[in-house]
Design a binder for this molecule. Structure first.
Ligand code: PMP
Ligand code: GLU
Length: 396
């Protein structure tokens, strides 16, 4: 019989929907796909060349389990350059994707009985990853009308002796929201007062729009930095989702524990991918600007299109490549003989009857919403919008 842990775990819904979307496309169906949370751009040529060189140079053996020093140095340089943060090598670890860095981190700091604060809407994998450690996720509701802000006052009522940490993700998946500086200050102060870890998932740092520039909570106060672990990676910034390189930076004792977990499980992240990530961080950065400009154009078009649907509201994301429109207006209606009782049923209708793949909001903790990734072409966005409008029009 499978373990209780395994029985309680379901697959990542974002990956599951992306897989379904690909399978339907392979059957020849014309699916407008908004599921995938990955850039549709190619990995820049100089990064690919660095990987090919690594293979030809026979850089194909085990590396130190926590990653190679040259890549740690490039990560240290990145934090200095972008966030004015100083780290030492022993405060940095390279993992098999940002997801793996988060997983190892939670294993290292959480255990049975601990409570972990998670603002809603959240990225799908945080609650299951917390639960795998035996700790309990404590969900803190945030609201579209309030810019999805988390304030100190909102958090205070959830903090007790068992509270061990808070997970911050900004720009956020799925809303694309950010945190105001004054709220980051207040959260940091609470974390110091109650001895909490701050997990700051900054993987979308570079994908921001308009005038927004990312600020890391760790850079606001050295007392915040002492308890913050920044989780990051190259997947989104450099269109490198398949290469599986993530990294984390934080207190040396936590990073060491993460390294021990890694050395007993996966060993090092792929040697070749580490060389590619090194080229990504140290090489020209202009591909990011090109990608962001295109994403911003698509965001503007998609948000305007969704807002033009009667009854729908849509938060304008400040970062990431997701929009998270509010489709509560369709709940309680019917499509043919099907009652639209939840965001899950609504996404099933959109996929099965209107060939449009999106992720139900409930997977991110918000019923009535859906998530669309605009890491797809304008043509698909246009087609998908038309289909969604048509679907809403057919509801009774
Ligand atoms: N954090 C967030 C918020 C994400 O959306 C993702 C995307 N999968 C990750 C972490 C991890 O990405 P990866 O494992 O590809 O580095
Ligand atoms: N982060 C992306 C998403 O949310 C990729 C899929 C995943 O890892 O969950 O769609």
């Amino acid at each position: 019989m499978l373990s209780e842990r395994a029985r309680a775990l379901k697959p990542s819904p974002t990956l599951a929907i992306t897989a379904k979307e690909k399978a339907l496309k392979a059957q020849g169906l014309d699916i407008a796909g908004f599921g995938a949370g990955e850039p549709d751009f190619d990995t820049p040529a100089h990064i690919k060349e660095a990987a090919i060189k690594a293979i030809n140079d026979n850089f194909t053996r085990y590396t130190p389990a926590s990653g190679i020093d040259s890549l740690k140095d490039a990560i240290i340089e990145k934090f200095k350059r972008d966030n004015n943060l100083s780290f030492k090598r022993e405060e940095v670890i390279i993992s098999c994707g940002g997801k793996h860095a988060l997983f190892n981190l939670f294993e290292a700091i959480f255990q049975k009985g601990d409570e972990v604060l998670i603002p809603v809407p959240f990225w799908v994998s945080y609650p299951p990853m917390v639960e795998l450690t035996g700790a309990n996720p404590v969900l803190v509701e945030t609201y579209e009308e309030e810019d999805y802000q988390v304030t100190g006052n909102m958090l205070k009522k959830y903090i007790n002796r068992n509270t061990k940490g808070i997970i911050l993700n900004y720009p956020s998946n799925p809303a694309g929201s950010i945190f105001y500086r004054e709220n980051l200050e207040a959260i940091g102060k609470l974390a110091v007062e109650h001895n909490l870890y701050i997990i700051s998932d900054e993987i979308y740092e570079k994908l921001t729009y308009d005038d927004y520039r990312h600020v890391s909570i760790a850079s606001l106060d050295s007392a915040f930095k002492e308890r913050t672990i920044i989780c990051h990676g190259v997947s989104k910034t450099y269109a490198m989702t398949g290469w599986r390189i993530g990294f984390a930076a934080g207190p040396a004792d936590v990073v060491k524990a993460m390294g021990n977990i890694q050395s007993q499980s996966t060993s090092n992240p792929t040697s070749i991918s580490q060389m590619a990530a090194l080229a990504a961080l140290n090489g020209p950065q202009d591909s990011i600007g090109v990608m962001v400009k295109e994403f911003q154009k698509r965001r503007d078009f998609l948000v305007a299109g969704l807002r033009s649907i009667s009854g729908v509201t849509c938060y304008n994301p400040k970062g990431t490549f997701y929009v998270f429109p509010n489709f509560n207006c369709v709940l309680g209606k019917r499509y043919k003989d099907k009652a639209i009782s939840s965001s899950t049923v609504w996404t099933e209708v959109l996929l099965e009857d209107f060939h449009t793949a999106v992720v139900p909001g409930i997977e991110f903790g918000k019923e009535g919403y859906i998530r669309l990734s605009f890491a797809t072409s304008m043509e698909v966005i246009q087609k998908g919008l038309e289909r969604i409008k048509k679907a809403v029009g057919k509801l009774k």
